[in-house]
Design a protein around this ligand. Structure first.
Ligand SMILES: *[C@@H]1O[C@H](CO)[C@@H](O)[C@H](O)[C@H]1NC(C)=O
Ligand SMILES: *[C@@H]1O[C@H](CO)[C@@H](O)[C@H](O)[C@H]1NC(C)=O
Ligand SMILES: *[C@@H]1O[C@H](CO)[C@@H](O)[C@H](O)[C@H]1NC(C)=O
Ligand SMILES: *[C@@H]1O[C@H](CO)[C@@H](O)[C@H](O)[C@H]1NC(C)=O
Length: 359
């Protein structure tokens, strides 16, 4: 499955960064295609295994109305749902999560994890429980919403950006507002900066780089939501919407429209006029100045292409990589407890059967 977005770069267009992994659902007609993926056949853009017992359409759905409407780089967005069945693997948390399926270097150097997110008044996420959203395994960067376990009071209306459970930014999470977000992660220096905007606005650096032990095995970023249980609060159905999901390197694309149409089919048709014109409106800024090891933002497109194509462009997942991925993902890790029990929690029991849960 080719995802040769680098062809676009070779045309010398101002595309912004190099897309390492594209999770924008442009090539999918239905969320049921997520069922194509399995540990023995790691196909498609996402690993789909952290979910409840029902069919995929109970938890994940795609539609053009589920995206930030100004995002012309995405044909559709995703609605991620928690319902009364959203318990995975015997855990007490409700979880619906998608994980990038790629061998691209999304866990090295300086990379930008892009997504937009929204809630509505229908099936609004509970303000009474902690939601961990778009998190890495070690929780070095994530969004949070609702009452944080251990917090005083009973409810919390905030949407937060947290670094290792320390809130760096927050806003009241209003219905119907698209929050556009990029985590600017420097895996080498160990830092993460927060780019944010709402609606149609370009991303702006909102929190400069925060020093943190940034690490990832390349398959532990969770698009979606994990909700912690809380005594006395019953499960209601909750929806969160996401769109514009991709990881890029080199330069940061600040336009909510993203770097344009990079779907495999779009490229395969040898770059349509639409594909070529869309990126022109994308505004680009240099790599975060706070991220020291980033390449100069003035590096030529040719240089970007050269370095991109010298890597095998992360499009083929070898069987040996599959095996490594499976084992590393299933091996219990010492960071497990940070997922199962938040540091501030005094009441959440450690999951008794976490032997194969590293998420
Ligand atoms: C899932 O499988 C179907 C049937 O083979 C195929 O048409 C579709 O492109 C696949 N989707 C993904 C995301 O792999
Ligand atoms: C899932 O979908 C299949 C095919 O439509 C159906 O036969 C099955 O009953 C569904 N399973 C659940 C748990 O809803
Ligand atoms: C939320 O942001 C405001 C404004 O920056 C700040 O005063 C407040 O302490 C923050 N709240 C939390 C929980 O971080
Ligand atoms: C990208 O191109 C493909 C193939 O031409 C097309 O089907 C798809 O709708 C396009 N996506 C966007 C976001 O324009």
């Amino acid at each position: 499955m080719l995802r040769s977005v680098f062809l676009l770069n070779s045309l010398g267009l101002a595309l912004g960064g190099t897309i390492l992994w594209d999770g924008r659902f442009n090539d999918m007609t239905s969320s049921t295609e997520l069922d194509n993926w399995s540990w023995s056949d790691e196909t498609g853009p996402y690993q789909y295994y952290i979910h409840g017992t029902e069919n995929v359409t109970s938890y994940v759905n795609l539609d053009s109305t589920f995206k930030n409407p100004v995002d012309t780089g995405s044909t559709q967005g995703v609605k991620v749902t928690l319902d009364s069945t959203s318990y995975w693997d015997g855990q007490t948390m409700r979880r619906t999560e998608l994980i990038p399926q790629t061998s691209a270097a999304i866990n090295k150097g300086t990379v930008y994890y892009h997504f937009s997110m929204q809630r509505t008044d229908t099936n609004a996420p509970s303000e009474f429980r902690e939601h961990q959203i778009c998190f890495f395994e070690s929780h070095f960067t994530e969004m949070k919403a609702g009452w944080i376990s251990g917090e005083s009071g009973t409810s919390d209306a905030l949407l937060r950006w947290d670094v290792s459970s320390a809130t760096q930014w927050n806003t009241t999470w209003e219905a119907g507002v698209w929050h556009n977000i990029a985590y600017a992660i420097d895996f080498d220096a160990g830092s993460v900066a927060f780019y944010h905007s709402t609606g149609a606005d370009d991303l702006v650096l909102t929190v400069p780089a925060v020093t943190v032990s940034a690490s990832s095995n390349g398959a532990d970023w969770h698009l979606g939501v994990l909700e912690l249980p809380r005594d006395g609060y019953t499960d209601a159905t909750e929806d969160i919407y996401f769109s514009g999901v991709y990881v890029e390197s080199s330069d940061l694309t600040t336009s909510v429209s993203g770097p344009g149409n990079t779907s495999a089919s779009g490229v395969a048709s040898s770059v349509s006029v639409a594909s070529m014109s869309a990126p022109a409106s994308s505004s680009v800024v240099g790599s975060a100045s706070t991220v020291s090891s980033a390449p100069a933002s003035t590096s030529s497109t040719a240089a970007t292409v050269a370095s991109s194509s010298s890597a095998p462009s992360g499009v083929t997942v070898s069987s040996s990589a599959d095996t490594a991925s499976v084992s590393s993902t299933l091996t219990p890790s010492t960071t497990l407890s940070t997922v199962i029990v938040p540091p501030t929690s005094t009441s959440t029991p450690t999951d008794p059967d976490d032997d194969d849960d590293c998420e």
